[in-house]
Design a protein around this ligand. Structure first.
Ligand code: AMP
Ligand code: MG
Length: 654
């Protein structure tokens, strides 16, 4: 039975309950000053000494009575008798009287009777006589006792985060240790039968645990100490015992996964045994299944399993609480305005936190949202911030200006590549980075999205592989169609071998498109608009014509025509798992999964490059690498099915 969330609360209500139902208890600990960096001071620190504790020379030279030097001149120096010497750390044994001087080092105690120091540069010495060439006023080069810090003075205020500067002040006043707020200890638990720890062998059907690492890092970032209690299987007993352990050793417990209604809402039921559930479901996307409870006064958070969702919910609801417990001001995120380049649909009735990639457009910033597919953890790492889409808003219009809350600093990219995803680009960039380290941003929005981004001036380069059904030509017809004539060039890229992906040994004996019509063959299709889908339909139309049947009717004969995978990889996985006998895709992916491949037709993966970016240094470098021998070699070695041709790097006017 599907569990229905009892009552979704708003973002504000959830925050309110967190801060009203969870009492912040801060503990204090004493740490050696040498280990105090980054810690939050728990009490005001006052000085119990003067700094400096005595009148002190700030220069090497001679301690004198200032009056003796008056009238001294380059041509007419004053002669004084040197009666002794004081080094730093020594107690002076002589007293300076009129007509005499004492040699002194920087940091040494000014001897009795002296009220100034003449710098050594303005003196010369002959036996026990020193000649002074420049007069000094009283107090010159002397730091008087207590002039820096006086006894009783407030040194550093409670609540300050200690950095090198504050720690220096405390050391000067003799603090050996300081009392700081104890970092809240947070127990972290991952749940899921499918999870294994990084470093272990990745058996089929398993995935690496991501949340333990992202959440633990987030805890540190916000001033806490994470303790990872390991992965719990989807088993109530295991989860229960880990929560119990967490409550014993930590100030907060964070569990991820197992919260969605589909898996029986296990976390909710278990935390309910420990304490009061204060939030069960938040009207937010992502992260609706979030559970928040309080047990023994300690908060327990049940975060969603998907790493991006878990991290967003952590940022929004958990991080502020950890900071409060750690005594760190919540701070506010920097906000910038940006334009959205495409229509974005949002869930009605739920606040959406949509991660975005910021790109410099012709007039200001452009915010590229992470699509569902690419919203994976790899791309979240590159997100600059997020849009907060209100509950009552279901659509952001193309061109609408929105506020972006930043995660940190925006790093403007040296090279912006927006378009269709291809592993060939990764190899190219790797070589490029080796030649010259620069920040390249790659945003995968498909071929058409890339061409539009080039048109709007957001992308320097777009990777595209669009087949024109009418002419059978790749890419150029699309650049023309989207109005890039005169504005951009097409640069020939490389060939990707396209064909049927089938199980090892080709058990169904697939040879060509006609085989897809067989009763014993199940196909897996690609999404409309993809180059592969266009290739399929082109060939099916041909068959329909030959057979003299209607195209629609022919499509209905293919089992699985209406099942769409969103990527080459998804096609390969469907075949690997036996969900389909055959799909269309590139050889590179077939080989990666140990599947067989029957070539159909090579696909031309090219680059659209804005004319006005062709002299940009990183773009030049990109083209240089594209044409390089090294790139050819690396493709051959690492990516079977992707190869350069004699036309690679050729620039074509549109
Ligand atoms: P759940 O809430 O357990 O249904 O998880 C939702 C999705 O997130 C599933 O696809 C899980 O495999 C995935 N997931 C859950 N926990 C983790 C984790 N610690 N690391 C990576 N993925 C996870
Ligand atoms: Mg799970």
């Amino acid at each position: 039975m599907r569990k229905i969330f009892r009552e979704l609360v708003s973002v504000e209500e959830a925050k309110k309950r967190i801060f009203s139902k969870i009492e912040i208890k801060r503990k204090v600990e004493e740490v050696p000053l040498i280990d105090a960096y980054g810690r939050i001071l728990a009490e005001d620190c006052y000085s119990s000494v003067d700094v400096p504790p005595f009148d002190r020379a700030t220069m090497d030279g001679y301690a004198v009575k200032a009056e003796d030097t008056f009238g001294a001149d380059e041509d007419d120096p004053v002669a004084l008798k040197v009666i002794g010497k004081v080094e730093a750390g020594e107690v002076p044994s002589v007293e300076v009287r009129r007509g005499s001087a004492v040699e002194i080092s920087t940091g040494a105690v000014i001897p009795k009777g002296a009220n100034a120091v003449v710098m050594i540069e303005y003196t010369s010495r002959e036996n026990d006589v020193v000649y002074i060439y420049k007069p000094v006023p009283p107090g010159a080069n002397v730091m008087s006792a207590g002039s820096d810090i006086m006894t009783g003075e407030l040194l550093v205020r409670k609540g300050t985060r200690l950095t090198a500067r504050e720690i220096g002040v405390l050391a000067s006043a003799g603090f050996k240790s300081v009392r700081v707020i104890k970092k809240p200890v947070v127990a972290v638990i991952s749940t899921g039968n499918e999870l294994i720890s990084p470093g272990e062998k990745l058996d089929f059907g398993k995935i690496y645990d991501v949340n333990a690492y992202t959440i633990s890092s987030g805890i540190i970032e916000n001033g806490g100490v994470p303790i990872f209690l390991g992965i719990a299987r989807d088993n109530a007993e295991e989860i229960r015992s880990k929560i119990a352990e967490g409550l014993k050793i930590a100030d907060m417990v964070i569990i991820s996964g197992g919260t969605s209604a589909g898996v029986g809402d296990m976390i909710y039921k278990i935390v309910e045994e420990f304490g009061e559930v204060i939030v069960h479901g938040i009207a937010v996307k992502p992260g609706k299944p979030t559970v928040i409870a309080v047990a023994d006064g300690k908060p327990i958070f049940g975060l969603p399993g998907y790493p991006t969702s878990a991290l967003m919910i952590f940022e929004i609801f958990v991080a502020p609480l950890i900071r409060r417990m750690a005594g760190i001001p919540e701070g506010s995120r920097r906000v910038v305005k940006a334009k959205v380049p495409m229509k974005i649909f949002s869930a009605m009735g739920r606040r959406e936190f949509l991660p975005v990639n910021l790109v410099e457009g012709k007039e200001g910033l452009i915010a590229y949202p992470f699509t569902e597919y690419s919203g994976a953890i790899s791309t979240l790492a590159e997100a600059d911030g997020f849009i907060e889409i209100p509950e009552n808003k279901v659509l952001l219009e193309e061109g609408e200006i929105v506020e972006i809350k930043l995660f940190g600093d925006i790093n403007p990219a040296d090279l912006m590549i927006i378009g269709s995803h291809c592993v060939g680009i990764d190899v190219l960039l790797e070589i490029l980075q080796k030649r010259k380290p620069l920040l390249a941003k790659v945003i995968n929005v498909g071929s058409t999205g890339g061409i539009l981004a080039v048109k709007r001036g957001e992308a320097d380069i777009a990777g595209t592989h669009l087949l024109d059904e009418e002419t059978g030509e790749y890419n150029i017809p699309y650049l023309v169609k989207y109005g890039l004539s005169g504005e951009a060039f097409l640069v020939k890229g490389y060939i990707r071998e396209q064909g049927f992906i089938v199980a090892k040994g080709n058990p169904k004996g697939i040879k060509d498109f006609e085989d897809l019509l067989r009763d014993d063959v199940t196909f897996i299709n690609r999404n409309p608009g993809s180059g592969t889908r266009i290739l399929l339909d082109m060939n099916l139309r041909k068959i329909a014509e030959e057979k003299g049947i209607n195209f629609e009717e022919l499509k209905r004969k293919i089992k699985g025509y209406d099942v769409e995978a969103k990527s080459h990889i998804a096609v390969a996985v469907a075949v690997l798992m036996g969900k389909a006998d055959v799909g269309l895709g590139i050889r590179t992916v077939a080989e990666r999964y140990g599947l067989d491949f029957i070539p159909v037709r090579p696909e031309e993966y090219d680059f659209a490059i804005r004319k006005d970016r062709l002299d940009k240094e990183p773009v030049k470098l990109f083209l240089e690498v594209l044409k390089s021998e090294e790139f050819r070699r690396e493709l051959e070695k690492r990516l079977p099915g992707i190869r350069v041709t004699e036309r690679t790097g050729e620039i074509i006017e549109i």
